[in-house]
Write a protein that binds this ligand. Structure first.
Ligand code: NOJ
Ligand code: CA
Length: 686
């Protein structure tokens, strides 16, 4: 009887918050279902189920404008259509060659029932690996000014969440693991290792990943962020709900200004029964438009070294006035010599151009860098041609010091120089608060700047690796020259962060959060874990075997071997960095759990060699997996790089063992990982 009353109450509640007409669309495998309806107040509402169980309960949708009444109430459905879609497309480089893009789409055409008669369309896509939706303002309207997007995501419980704060200016925060109701983004304000940070409220940045009580994995993000503001998600603990909170502009006092008609970015929810499926999911890139830039054969995925880590260690400096300038012709040639002997095809040189005396700590940073004038002890042309002789490409460096207007003005000159020298990739940087004042790194104005850079890059055959970037939203499908980016706490924090650097669990969370959005320039490969003699109070909080594993765990078509030449010379573990691929035919996530561990196998394009990387958090762990990914007809020379018996990220991080393995394709392997450790295996075809 009690149960019956309870069910009746539930039914009454449900009827109260919904649902006149209910339109549904299912994923091709039938597991994910989106329902759409207009609720009793006339507000659009969607909900999501997986295997018949709610994932998102009815959640409202709408917008506030500066120059028009809000949209969201008093709407009715004019029309709706469901249609299937299926295609395969090829990544020029990537985690895999062929991507299947298969979904069912529901388009709902809405109209306001009041005298305005305004229209709004919503596109829903149900994929096997999640769901997505976007809004379209279909009517011609100049200067539509959005002050708020009010998209709700109502959750079904107090999920476990891996989150970083909804910072409008930087993503370089440590991940936190808490219950949804324990998210406290405001406690992450004023981090002293961040050059800029603005956390206006209790919100999280995306991708944000969750685990439900039923063991389902969800990750919330956005795709195709174009001419719009980045989205954070505001936390409502009481109602277990999140609402879109767009990054604003203090200069203008709004979030987005557009001429309609236009479509918003996609709001995405990846849904997985096993956590590895989140990593394998291609939902984010699939929601982007096909390649727009044509032939990209001028860029090749590569491993690279850099005149870089030495600055973060304080061994040398970017600027010349310090008396220990790192970017000299001589130093660059020494790196080129080592790289050319070790299957490393690129060299990044930071601090090559004048201006570094004024790059941070100044309010007025416009015009500091011109991106064409080298310091007198660096002969750019000579370094480039020396590299060319030895098969090592120079990677250009453009630190804008967050003065994007200066960069905009210089783009043509800077990229024309690169083009003339045959330099095809650049690492950009945006350290500091954005000038003009009142803009944030993740607002619409900067989103458009980052896009202009990609477009200009495409024009001049330049590929972009942006640091302090806008988040990845799958744009690399449309602009493959968006090769990689930072947008997380990278390796550099281990060199100088006052909080002791990245904890051992860092990458086991990153793999299931930040990495879902796209390639990461994490810059792995530190062998001198204790950073001696440069940094007494810092170290890298992993073992060497863990560092090796990152070449497989982390995906990027450019992968740095970041340590100094002297730390690689004579170290037998370096053989793995020499051998490991950077461009993949396919990827399999073998095992993993966010925050604990992850094991990934990737097959190199062209060679058919396989590489496996496994990492663990601060706990030691035994990993068991099957090698059924190997080609049963092939023979492989197999080498295992693993933590020594007594290795430990803190006490004994540099001890490893290298063992040849005799293994038949399909056989299982069991490997022990030390606390903060990992392992790497190369399967080289014979
Ligand atoms: C911050 C970048 O993340 C880092 O890699 C670079 O060395 C400095 N900016 C200087 O541009
Ligand atoms: Ca950075």
């Amino acid at each position: 009887m009690k149960n019956l009353i309870f069910i009746l109450i539930l039914l009454v509640l449900w009827a109260g918050c919904s649902i006149n007409e209910n339109i549904v669309v299912k994923s091709p495998n039938g597991k994910n279902l989106i329902s759409f309806a207009i609720d009793t107040t006339g507000t659009p509402a969607y909900s999501v189920k997986h295997n018949g169980k709610p994932v998102i309960t009815p959640s409202l949708m709408g917008f506030d404008f500066k120059n028009f009444p809000s949209t969201g109430a008093e709407m009715k459905i004019l029309n709706s259509q469901v249609s299937p879609f299926s295609e395969e497309w090829e990544m020029p480089w990537g985690e895999q060659r062929i991507v299947k893009n298969e979904y069912n789409e529901l388009v709902v055409n809405l109209v306001e029932v009041n005298e305005s008669g305004r229209k709004l369309n919503i596109y829903f896509r149900a994929y096997n690996d999640g769901v997505a939706f976007r809004y379209e303002f279909p009517e011609t309207q100049k200067d539509l000014i959005i002050t708020d997007e009010n998209t709700q995501f109502n959750l079904t419980g107090d999920h476990k969440v891996w989150w970083i704060p909804g910072d409008w200016d930087i993503y370089e925060h440590l991940y936190n693991t808490t219950k949804f109701t324990e998210i406290d983004a405001l406690s992450k304000r004023w981090h002293d290792a961040l050059a800029q940070s603005y956390i206006p409220e209790n919100a999280v940045n995306t991708p944000v990943t969750m685990k439900t009580e039923d063991g389902l994995y969800l990750s919330f993000h956005e795709a195709n962020l174009t001419d719009y503001a980045g989205m954070t998600l505001k936390i409502d603990k009481e109602n277990l709900s999140m609402t879109s909170e767009l990054v604003g502009s203090d200069r203008f006092g709004w979030k987005v200004k557009r001429d309609a008609p236009f479509k918003t970015p996609w709001r995405t929810i990846q849904i997985a029964e096993k956590p590895g499926e989140l990593i394998e999911s291609k939902l984010i890139v699939n929601l982007n438009e096909p390649d727009k830039i044509g032939d990209v054969s001028w860029f090749k995925p590569m491993k690279y070294m850099g005149i870089w880590w030495e600055m973060h260690l304080g061994k040398s400096s970017w600027d010349m006035a310090s008396g220990k300038h790192g970017a000299t012709t001589k130093n660059a040639k020494a790196f080129i010599d080592f790289a050319s002997q070790n299957n490393i095809k690129g060299l990044l040189v930071e601090g090559w151009n004048t201006g570094w005396e004024r790059w941070i700590g100044f309010e007025d940073r416009e015009g500091v860098f011109d991106f064409v004038t080298p310091y007198p002890d660096y002969d750019l042309e000579e370094v480039v041609s020396y590299g060319r002789e030895k098969g090592v490409d120079i990677i250009m460096h453009h630190e804008t010091s967050a003065a994007p207007r200066t960069y905009d003005q210089q783009l043509d000159t800077a990229y024309a120089l690169m083009n003339r020298l045959g330099i095809h990739s650049v690492k950009t940087g945006y350290v500091g608060k954005i000038i003009p004042k009142g803009e944030y790194h993740h607002g619409q104005w900067m989103v458009n700047h980052y896009r202009r850079v990609l477009e200009k890059g495409a024009e001049y055959k330049v590929a972009i690796n942006a640091h302090e970037p806008i988040k990845a939203t799958g744009i690399r499908r449309t602009y493959p020259n968006a090769i990689s980016r930072e947008g997380l706490r990278g390796q550099e924090f281990n060199a100088w962060s006052s909080d002791g650097g990245n904890p051992p669990e860092h990458l086991s969370i990153v793999a299931f959060t930040r990495m879902l959005s796209g390639p990461i320039d994490f810059t792995p490969g530190v062998f001198n874990i204790k950073l001696e003699p440069y940094k007494k109070d810092n170290q890298v909080n992993t073992t060497i075997a863990h560092q090796l594993a990152l070449y497989v765990v982390v995906y990027s078509p450019i992968q740095m071997a970041c340590d100094l030449v002297e730390n690689y010379e004579g170290n037998r573990a370096f053989q793995f960095i020499r051998d490991v691929g950077v461009d993949w035919e396919q990827t399999r996530v073998l095992e993993g759990e966010p925050g604990d561990f992850v094991i990934i196998a990737r097959e190199e394009r062209e060679t058919g060699n396989w590489f496996v990387g496994g990492i663990t958090d601060e706990n030691e762990r035994e990993a068991t997996f099957y090698t059924d990914f190997l080609d049963p007809a092939a023979k492989y020379a197999v080498t295992l790089y693993k933590d020594s018996e007594n290795a430990h990220w803190e006490y004994n991080p540099t001890e490893y063992d290298i063992e040849p393995l005799e293994i038949k394709p399909g056989e299982p392997l069991t490997i022990k990982m030390a606390p903060g450790g990992g392992f790497a295996i190369s399967f080289m075809k014979r």
